[in-house]
Design a protein around this ligand. Sequence first.
Ligand SMILES: Nc1ncnc2c1ncn2[C@@H]1O[C@H](COP(=O)(O)OP(=O)(O)OP(=O)(O)O)[C@@H](O)[C@H]1O
Ligand SMILES: [Mg+2]
Length: 304
Amino acid sequence: MQPIIQVEQLRKEYGTTIAVEDVSFSVQPGEIFGILGPNGAGKTTIVETIIGLRKPDRGSVRVLGLDPQRERTALAQRIGIQLQQANLADRLKVWEALDLFASFYARTVPWQPLLEQWGLADKRNTAFVNLSGGQKQRLFIALALLNDPEVVFLDELTTGLDPQARRNTWALVQEVRAQGKTVVLVTHFMDEAEALCDRLAIIDRGKIIALDRPAALVRSLGLESRVIFESDAALNLARLRTLPQASEATQNGQRVTVYGKSDGLVSGVVKELEAQGIAFQNLRTEQPSLEDVFIHLTGRQIRE
Ligand SMILES: Nc1ncnc2c1ncn2[C@@H]1O[C@H](COP(=O)(O)OP(=O)(O)OP(=O)(O)O)[C@@H](O)[C@H]1O
Ligand SMILES: [Mg+2]
């Protein structure tokens, strides 16, 4: 299959800052492709270069077979964009925004059904400034879909939303893909990338440090599970560490964490606690996540 997006050895500098260096990846039709990384990693620069808003210093980009620098007008008709810094005039009403954006395109879908689909039908006469955060985000998605695009770029779509609104927005992103569109999703939320993306590139300091399916990334690094519990009894940590399934055990106040391979780790820990006659509460397991992948690869948390 011909990729929807092909990026090769992209580089972008701002003065002495190298924002993006040697970035290569491709996006296949129908994928939700994630660009994940901490603040300042270069995510927005990559996306804005892909859509022709910034000029690369080196490398090549093709989107739908087009060169975003030389064929920007043709490309703009076929892609949908929600930019990180998106804003509209306070007094602009929802329907006026749709009407205005529709005028930018040669071909659009009727916007009334779009409003209904995105739960904004009763807000059509509301001024932008009076929409809630989640409604604004839904309006931006609706605007990005006006020209029935083949690819949609969403940059930090859920930043600033409460957890419930974030989850709702995730469902909307899946809905966009279900309509047959390819989605490029930029985020610094690990859980969002893990929940939504078919494949993702983890960006750190301008470079791709990992690229794969989220589950494959977690698996490939052989990261360990954790068993966590609380206990106020004097417990023998050294014996937990020597369990065949365990690689390490740590204690922080009442909270004990045992690391190891998930097979048999829980039962091993419970048996050992019983053998030691230790009472414990809130025993739970945590599986390795993308967060662990990031820490493993960079030695840092994503939010410094
Ligand atoms: N127009 C610009 N002029 C100068 N430097 C810039 C410009 N845009 C971005 N940068 C710098 O390039 C680097 C990458 O910025 P970019 O906005 O691409 O990161 P990001 O991953 O999108 O970050 P965030 O998560 O905060 O949105 C940063 O060091 C930033 O300060
Ligand atoms: Mg950004």
